[in-house]
Design a protein around this ligand. Structure first.
Ligand code: GLU
Length: 492
């Protein structure tokens, strides 16, 4: 049987970075096994529905290079792929469970259920449930006569369908990552499967869809582990073979604990995929980083693109323990990927960023040189603009920290350098010559390299760091360089 996996987000908000990792692991597993990657939108909770969330999920996956084989807008033999469009299917299966005696109709109002809870709490039960004991004294199709049930239904009374959870049973299953897992049914409520508005709950819809969509492996976050015994009960009740289960480790914050939205924000970690898109991160770097957040190929290699990750990924190498989100490591990946890109790959993106900031690009060669000079220095693509703006315009201000390096003798040294390079013809205004002139100047004044280099850098770029200065001077051109030196001398 060929592998079929699904990513099944609820469109309740933007795609969280943890969701993207789940999608990625499913995708890698599918590709590794020449299987199918399905996107299923679990939108049965109308109260939490967010209009743009589905599009955000699709855009995020596309940006990350995760290709959907079947899903909304994509089609496939197992659709529809939005749960809200599958209502009839869930109804049919809920009825089937009632008929086979595994589920029942319950007519109790919220007040009646609260009353039952209160009564039991008073008699010493700390967490009363609607379960195998209490169901016997509630208003449902197990306690009411058939006629009464029919009458209520014909009357249009509200009802839910509940799963008849067995009293004391141990549910066992083998998790592909965590090994043997067992749960006691004793603590379980008789789960609501179909709500009074006719919508299925997550549990019913999830199991029915995984079965009818012929999903072979359920790969999802650890937070769903407590739901799995309920799902196993459902599979048993239907008489279906459950898919294989794999629960991924939690993503932890560097300061400990689960990386919640709030925690991430307070630690400066972007939390939604769209923040990474808007923040100009490299998608392949993020993918590589996320792949290693809970998995590794078992050697000390770290850089693998999507294609290689597909070849390498197996579930037995996913770790059980939580994986700490190390932002520095992400930036390390980001830098690496920028270094690996060819100039031609970078050019249109860098160009768009410069144009977006209102800079005019004098020529293609100019842009190429700017990229060449900065590629080894930036860790994010938008730094081409923040670090490279001085190629296009004179600094508007000088960095305060850098100015600490502007010393008493700086003006004198710069002036002496200026006199030397002023004498150069346009054609001689080349990196090597400009460097030679600097060496001559420091020699004459008997000072170290940095003594002149630093003020010169400040005058030209406004910064205390940056790319190799001499090719930068060459690119900026004689007239502009002299102008910047003059204005620095005046202002500083
Ligand atoms: N809709 C659930 C979610 O939002 C799906 C969990 C699962 O994969 O079963 O993550």
């Amino acid at each position: 049987m060929s592998v079929r996996v699904r990513f099944a987000p609820s469109p309740t908000g933007f795609l969280h970075i943890g969701g993207l990792r789940t999608a990625l692991y499913n995708y890698l597993f599918a590709r590794h096994n020449e299987g199918t990657f399905v996107l299923r939108i679990e939108d049965t909770d109308q109260s939490r529905y967010v209009e743009d969330a589905e599009q955000d999920i699709i855009d995020s996956l596309e940006w990350a290079g995760i290709e959907i084989d079947e899903g909304p807008g994509k089609g496939g033999d197992f659709g529809p792929y939005r749960q809200s469009e599958r209502k009839d299917i869930y109804h049919k299966y809920a009825e089937q469970l009632v008929e086979s005696g595994h589920a029942y109709y319950a007519f109790d109002t919220v007040e009646e259920i609260d009353e039952m809870r209160e009564r039991l709490m008073k008699s010493g039960n700390p967490s009363p449930k609607y379960d195998s004991i209490t169901r016997q004294s509630m208003k449902n199709s197990l306690t009411l006569s058939q006629d009464e049930v029919k009458k209520r239904m014909d009357n249009g009374d509200e009802y839910v369908v509940r799963l008849k959870v067995p009293r004391k049973e141990t549910i066992r299953f083998e998790d592909e990552i965590r090994g043997n897992v067992s749960f006691d049914t004793e603590g379980l409520d008789d789960q609501v499967l179909l709500k009074s508005d006719g919508m299925p709950t997550y549990h019913l819809a999830n199991v029915v869809d995984d079965h009818t969509m012929e999903i072979t492996h359920v790969i999802r976050g650890e937070e769903w582990l407590p739901s799995t015994p309920k799902h196993m009960l459902l599979y048993n009740s239907f008489g279906w073979e459950p898919p294989k289960m794999a629960h991924l480790p939690l993503i932890m914050s560097p300061s400990g604990g689960k990386l919640s939205k709030r925690k991430a924000e307070s630690e400066g970690i972007p939390v939604n995929t769209k923040d990474y898109m808007a923040g100009n991160y490299e998608p392949d770097a993020l993918v590589n980083f996320l792949a290693y957040l809970g998995w590794s190929p078992g050697d000390d290699s770290e850089i693998h693109d999507m294609k290689e990750l597909c070849e390498l990924f197996t579930l037995d190498r996913v770790s059980k323990g939580g994986a700490v989100f190390n932002y520095k490591k992400l930036m390390w990946y980001n830098e690496n990927y920028i270094r690996q890109h060819s100039i031609d790959e970078l050019k249109p993106r860098v160009e768009a960023l410069f144009l977006g900031k209102g800079y005019e690009i004098p020529s293609d060669d100019f842009l190429t040189t700017v990229i060449e000079l900065l590629q080894e220095r930036v860790s994010k693509i938008d730094e081409f603009v923040s670090m490279g703006a001085f190629f296009f315009e004179a600094p508007k201000a000088y960095d305060e920290n850098a100015l600490k390096k502007w010393k008493d003798d700086s003006s004198r040294l710069i002036l002496s350098y200026k006199t030397r390079i002023e004498a150069l013809s346009e054609d001689d205004f080349k990196a090597a010559t400009l460097k030679k002139k600097l060496e001559e100047t420091i020699e004459e004044h008997g000072v170290g390299f940095g003594k002149l280099m630093m003020p010169l850098r400040i005058a030209i770029s406004g910064q205390g760091f940056g790319p190799d200065l001499f090719p930068a001077l060459e690119l900026i051109g004689k007239e502009e360089v002299l102008g910047r030196i003059d204005s620095a001398l005046e202002r500083l």
